[in-house]
Design a protein around this ligand. Sequence first.
Ligand SMILES: Cc1cc2nc3c(=O)[nH]c(=O)nc-3n(C[C@H](O)[C@H](O)[C@H](O)COP(=O)(O)OP(=O)(O)OC[C@H]3O[C@@H](n4cnc5c(N)ncnc54)[C@H](O)[C@@H]3O)c2cc1C
Length: 390
Amino acid sequence: MKEKRIAIIGAGIGGMTAAVTLAQKDIQVSVFEQAPELSEVGAGITITPNATKGLIHLGLDQEMKKVGMAHTKQGVRHFKTGDMIVPLERGEKMLEKYGAYQFQAHRADVHNVLIDKFKLNHADSIYVDHQLTDLKEKADTVELIFSNGQMHEFDFVIGADGNRSAVRKIIIGDDDPKFAGYVAWRGLVPTKDLSKTDFDECGSSAFIAPGRVFARYLVRNSELYNYVAFLATDQWAEEGWSIPSEVDIVLDIFSDYNQQVKNIISATPPEELFKWGIFTREPVSKWSSDKVTLLGDAAHPIEPFMGQGASLAIEDGVVLGRIIETASSTKEIISRYESSRIERAHFVTEHSKKAGQRFTGSDPDKYSKEDHKNEEELGLFHYDPGSVIV
Ligand SMILES: Cc1cc2nc3c(=O)[nH]c(=O)nc-3n(C[C@H](O)[C@H](O)[C@H](O)COP(=O)(O)OP(=O)(O)OC[C@H]3O[C@@H](n4cnc5c(N)ncnc54)[C@H](O)[C@@H]3O)c2cc1C
């Protein structure tokens, strides 16, 4: 399929990973993004070794070392006392054991690593201000229709347009994503505004309490603390995706947490605090039509309790790119891609949901290492999208 023209809808982390993979294999690829400019939300991201290996396959090892922090210690901790419940070794241990680091970074920095790589030789192949509104599969091509009135034809199309995917709606036609029962606040806090006691040796910690989780880690050479504060609730009345919120609301919900957490929340600049409803869908056994497939959140939206959503999107992008390079028909692309990826995506989705239930549904005084079936213990880090047989 090397001579075919491929379109990617959505220039998020998943779409851009697929774009870089295809470009690297000299496949003609165009990316269409609805936003007027390429950008990511102001928040942190964990890239676990399975995804780092995908980025290494794309030659982005050094770039990731520049933008990412490989904290040596991570852990699950008691919300009130801050005591360590489940200590986890990261840093060099990850490199030794899995051949790649676990990085924590600002999302925009990871996104820019991918965009810069793609733009190096393909700057003319990214089209912003192009919101896909419809697509029509013809005998040999797919016609794409955008809200700006433009139409384009391609041989194969990848829907990387996120949780509320328009491509998915057209080719699968299932319902809108459902509220998963969690609200998440995401904050970015300049560390210069904090005092010494607001830091400790654990670079990345999740403090668990009944009905809540507060996860925080340092990014950008420790210039910023990124946090995500989760509340289990059946209330989500707001339409929208990322909504500005207020520090006092988060402080109130986490008022019984330890002082370090409260200090971090209090120091959040108002313009750096956003609220998210977590939305997911039931897993489906098909992600494709004849000449169109999905990746990332469009294919398998996930609860974020194992930090695997973007990592899975990176895996999808690399695997799909490798398959497109070697397949001889669109039918073969789809069958190899779905058999390579669906089972793994469903496994991670199911366990991310369970992780959320465990974190928020447990008494932290009784939570133990045995309860904690995390992404490493499930074996997820062994996967290498650049070399797995596809
Ligand atoms: C609170 C929270 C914390 C998280 N933390 C982590 C973490 O630490 N690690 C991790 O791996 N994952 C994490 N995730 C999950 C991760 O954010 C997502 O799984 C990941 O961003 C999915 O990437 P994507 O490229 O599939 O979709 P997106 O990032 O949503 O990108 C989709 C792109 O498509 C564009 N688009 C949408 N519709 C159209 C259209 N009709 N036409 C054209 N373009 C369109 C959008 O503008 C966007 O640019 C977290 C999620 C949440 C909510």
